[in-house]
Structures are given as C-alpha cells and as structure tokens.
Design a protein around this ligand. Structure first.
Ligand SMILES: O=P(O)(O)O[C@@H]1C[C@H](O)[C@@H](CO)O1
Ligand code: HPA
Length: 293
C-alpha cells in the first residue's frame, strides 16, 4: 500500500537532504522562500544550481501558477543560500505537516536562517497595493481548527514538544529591514504588521475581512505561518515580509473582486525594489549565516 503524503519519518528527510548534499558543492546557511510572483528573487543567486522538486526524493511538488517548483542553490552577497522557487499551500491539498517538510530537510542540510515571503491582501486601511509589510507577528487561523504542523509525536531531533512563538520574527532583522526599506526607496511603502493565514483558495467575504481587521490583522494570505512554526521548532532565525498585492474588500458597495491574475501583475511592478531589498537584507545579516554553529 502506498504511503499517505504526510506519513514521513526522519529517514525520508535524511534521504532527501543527502540527495541534495550530493548535488551541490557548498551547503546553504539561509533558506529564502519565494512567495507568489516573487520567484524572480532566485534569479539573484550567483553560481546557481537548480534542482526540480520532482527529482528530490520525498519532496512535494507545487501546483500553483506563479510557483516554478525548484530549489536554486548558490550565493547571495557571499552567503550560501537556497531559494525555494515555489512553495506548498494547504489549499493545494497538502497537510500542514507536508507543507513544512522542506524546512526540516533544509535543517538537516545545515540551514540556520529563513527569509520567508508571500503575497497578501491588505486589511490595514493605510496599506496600498505594492506596499511591503515586514512581519512582526502572525495569527494562525489554521491552528484554531487544529491544523498545526507540530501536531503528533514530537521529533526531539528537531526541537522541544512545547515551543514559544511570541518572538517568532527576529527583532534585529526587523530593525535592519526598516533601514534597508528606506535605502531601496520603500520608506513610505513599508509597514510592520500582523499576517494571518487562512486556508483559501477563495478570497475573503466582506464579513470575513471585517472580522480579520477587528482582530488586529494587517494582511491576510494562505501560507507562511506553518513554515515559520516549524523553522522556530528547529531553531532557525526567521525574517518575513508580505507583498501587498490587493486590498481586501470591506465594503458591500463595490463591484471590485480580487483575482490571482491581478495579484501576479502587481508583484511585477515592484520586482526590482523587492530584489534590492532582499539582496541588502542578506548582505546586512551575513554575519548571522557565516558561522559553523
Ligand atoms: O505563496 P503565497 O502565499 O505568496 O501565495 C498566495 C496564496 C495564493 O497562492 C495566492 C493567492 O492569490 O497568493
Ligand atoms: O486577499 C487575499 N486573501 C488571501 N490570500 C491572499 N493572497 C493574496 N491576496 C490575498
């Protein structure tokens, strides 16, 4: 009988990590997950080695338009990095455990830091399409329904059973990002806020958007939080940002409806600034990723 996709064990993860280790010359320290439309971040990688997800044992495959489905290993600002060009979402049918499998594989490969990006709908009335929101916190609506990637027997090889998440997003990196946003011309378009994950794939109703806003959510999307939880579980340092691709609809008096095509177009308009932002973030934080801890 074939295994369910989220039935995997440490040996499977090691097999994937060993496969990758044999295909690359230097192991990465920093994992960059490219959100929808942000895959061009991987074009920045120098001396790239690309490996399609299909080639990697036990690795899931991406099914969403705007997500390529490959790892790109190489250097950025002299730091050994790996970009995930394409991530996995709950709405694709993956469990949160399966979504976060790559994080554990990367941990076994020696990764210590995670830069995570996504596209999201803006709720905070001050946000505009094309803005960037640095994540200072998140709201895990999936885990309110019991869907947490750490559910089940704890794997002590990665981390403790009970972990704090009130400091999930590294404060030093947030402070660096504030300055870098100014340097790359994003000052008036850069915010710090709370990201919430919902399951998708439908965009929110008016009532849902209004409720999220009342709960203190600044931007809403369909990803990121499971990966961040598992990254924290296995001791990684995390920095994240959202690209605001659309504004959530909080009024019944509009004909406007969000759609995935517009979302991809809006990312395109800022791709150079976002690329500069990421390059400078890696450069400014490189001492964190150079050690052999
Ligand atoms: O991978 P991210 O979170 O950037 O993707 C979001 C969720 C959906 O794939 C898509 C919705 O338009 O953007
Ligand atoms: O408005 C949105 N809602 C949920 N997820 C999203 N991802 C991009 N935009 C949105």
């Amino acid at each position: 009988m074939s295994k369910a996709r989220d039935e995997f064990n440490l040996e499977d993860l090691r097999e994937a990590a060993d496969y990758l280790a044999n295909r690359i010359s230097s192991k990465p320290k920093l994992l960059i997950i490219c959100g929808t439309g942000l895959g061009s971040l991987a074009d920045l990688v120098e001396n790239p080695v690309s490996i399609n997800y299909e080639e990697i044992p036990h690795f899931p495959v991406s099914t969403v338009q705007g997500h390529h489905g490959r790892l790109v290993f190489g250097t950025l600002s002299h730091v050994n990095v790996v970009c995930m060009q394409g991530r996995f979402h709950y709405f694709e049918g993956y469990s949160v455990r399966e979504i976060t499998k790559p994080i554990r594989i990367m941990k076994l490969l020696g990764v210590e830091g995670l830069f995570i990006t996504n596209s999201a709908g803006g709720l905070n009335p001050q946000y505009k399409v094309g803005d960037v929101m640095i994540l200072k916190d998140h709201f895990n609506f999936l885990s309110f329904g019991g869907e947490n990637p750490l559910r089940g027997p704890n794997d002590d090889n990665f981390g403790d059973r009970f972990i704090p998440t009130n400091k999930a997003y590294n404060k030093k990196l947030i402070s660096i990002a504030r300055d870098i946003a100014k340097q790359v011309g994003l000052k008036s378009n850069c915010h710090e806020g709370v990201y919430a994950i919902v399951s998708g794939p439908n965009y929110e109703t008016v009532a849902e958007s209004r409720a999220l806003l009342m709960l203190g959510v600044d931007a809403v999307g369909m990803s990121t939080v499971p990966e961040v939880i598992v990254a924290k579980h296995c001791g990684m340092t995390v920095f994240g940002f959202s690209f605001i691709t659309n504004l959530c609809i909080t009024s019944y008096d509009t004909d406007h409806e969000p759609n995935h095509g517009n979302i991809l177009d809006s990312v395109e308009s800022r791709s150079v600034q976002i690329q500069n932002f990421v390059i400078k973030m890696v450069e400014a934080s490189k001492d964190l990723w150079k050690s052999d801890r």
